[in-house]
Design a binder for this molecule. Structure first.
Ligand SMILES: NCc1[nH]cc(CCC(=O)O)c1CC(=O)O
Ligand SMILES: [Mg+2]
Length: 336
C-alpha cells in the first residue's frame, strides 16, 4: 500500500520569515557598537597621515592626528582602540630595546590618548616584530630561530612599560610559551593589578597578515622568512584549545583568535569550551579582500561587512577587532 501524500504542510519555516515583525522577533544575534575594537597605526612626527597602499581607508597617523581619530571613536561610542606602532628603521635592533623605552612611540601615544580620552580603552600590542631588524616577533639565535625564554623576558619589560604609560589592556600577540604567566606576575608585582591581558592565544601563521606587515613596514625586514616555529598551523584546531587553556591558567582575562573569518570554527570551539571573553581579529587581508571587491563594484561593501560581523557574533565572538570599526559604528548609528 502506497503512502498518502500529506495534504497540508504543518511546518512552513517561511511563515516566520514572511513579515518584518516576525523576522525581527526571531533574530538571534545582534551587532552593536559595543562589539567593536578599532586597530590604529601610529607613526612619529606631527601632522602626518599616510594611507596604507594595500588597505585603502586605513591610515598611519602621527599622534596629533590620531587624537582626532580617537575623538571620532569616542563620539561614535567605540569602546577601545588597539594601537600598533610604525617604528623608524633607526630604532630597530637585534634585541628590540626600543620595545620597552618609556619615551618610545607607544608609551608616548598611550599617555596622550589616556590624557585626552580617559574613558576610551587602550589596548597595546605586546610583540617585538616592529622593533627587530629581522621582523620576527622575538630575538633570534644564529640560525634564525626565535628564542622563547629570552624573548619572554623582553616582552615582560614591554608590557610593564605599556602598563606604566597607562595602557588599559596589554595584548601579547607573539605566541611565545609562558609569556602570559610571566607578564601577569610582573604586573601584579608592580602593582598593576587592574591591567587586563588580552592573549592572542590562537594566532595562526597566516598569509592574511600581508597588508599589515606593509602597514608597519615589517614585511621587507621579514623577507622570505616565516613565523612557522611559533604561530600555529592552519591545519590545527585542538591545538588552539590547548593554547587557550594555558593562557587562561596563566592569567589571561580575554582571549583572541586570529585571523577571523577563516577561523570561525575556532572562535566557536573556544567560546563553547571555556566561556570566557573571546574576541576575533578580522585581519588586514580580510579587510583588503572586502575593500578591493567593493571598490571594484563586485560586492556591496556595507552589506558584506555587516554580514561578516554577524558571522563573528554567531560563532560566539564577544567582540571583533576590525579595520571597519568606524564605518560599522557609523552604519549602526545611521540605521538606528
Ligand atoms: N605581532 C605580529 C602581528 N601583529 C598584528 C598582526 C597582523 C594583523 C593584521 O593582519 O591585521 C601581526 C601578524 C604578523 O605579522 O605575524
Ligand atoms: Mg601559547
Amino acid at each position: 500500500m502506497s503512502e498518502q501524500p500529506r495534504q497540508y504542510l504543518a511546518i512552513r519555516p517561511r511563515r516566520m520569515r514572511k513579515n518584518t515583525f516576525s523576522r525581527r522577533l526571531m533574530q538571534e544575534h545582534v551587532l552593536t557598537t559595543n562589539d567593536l575594537i578599532y586597530p590604529v597605526f601610529v607613526l612619529e612626527g606631527e601632522n602626518r597621515e599616510e594611507e596604507v597602499a594595500s588597505m585603502p581607508g586605513v591610515w598611519r597617523q602621527s599622534v596629533d592626528k590620531l587624537l582626532e581619530t580617537a575623538a571620532e571613536c569616542v563620539a561614535l561610542g567605540i569602546p577601545a582602540l588597539a594601537l600598533f606602532p610604525v617604528v623608524d628603521q633607526q630604532y630597530k635592533s637585534l634585541t628590540a630595546d626600543e620595545a620597552w623605552n618609556p619615551q618610545g612611540l607607544v608609551p608616548r601615544t598611550v599617555r596622550a590618548l589616556k590624557a585626552a580620552y580617559p574613558e576610551l580603552g587602550i589596548i597595546t600590542d605586546v610583540a617585538l616584530d616592529p622593533y627587530t631588524t629581522h621582523g620576527q616577533d622575538g630575538v633570534i639565535d644564529d640560525t634564525g630561530y626565535v628564542l622563547n625564554d629570552e624573548t619572554v623576558a623582553i616582552l615582560v619589560k614591554q608590557a610593564l612599560c605599556h602598563a606604566e604609560a597607562g595602557a588599559d589592556v596589554v595584548a601579547p600577540s607573539d605566541m611565545m610559551d609562558g609569556r602570559i604567566g610571566a607578564i601577569r606576575d610582573a604586573l601584579e608585582e608592580a602593582g598593576h593589578i587592574y591591567t587586563n591581558i588580552l592573549a592572542y592565544s590562537a594566532k595562526y601563521a597566516s598569509a592574511f597578515y600581508g597588508p599589515f606587515r606593509d602597514a608597519v613596514g615589517s614585511s621587507a625586514n621579514l623577507g622570505k622568512s616565516n613565523k612557522y616555529n611559533y604561530q600555529m598551523d592552519p591545519a590545527n584546531s585542538d591545538e588552539a584549545l590547548r593554547e587557550v587553556a594555558l593562557d587562561l591558567e596563566e592569567g589571561a582575562d580575554m582571549v583572541m583568535v586570529k585571523p577571523g573569518m577563516p577561523y570561525l570554527d575556532i572562535v566557536r570551539r573556544v567560546k563553547q569550551e571555556f566561556g570566557v571573553p573571546t574576541y576575533a581579529y578580522q585581519v588586514s587581508g580580510e579587510y583588503a579582500m572586502l575593500k578591493a571587491a567593493s571598490q571594484n563594484g563586485w560586492l556591496d561593501e556595507k552589506a558584506v561587512v555587516m554580514e561578516a560581523m554577524l558571522g563573528f557574533k554567531r560563532a560566539g565572538a564577544d567582540g571583533i577587532l576590525t579595520y571597519y570599526a568606524m564605518d560599522i559604528a557609523r552604519w549602526l548609528r545611521d540605521s538606528a
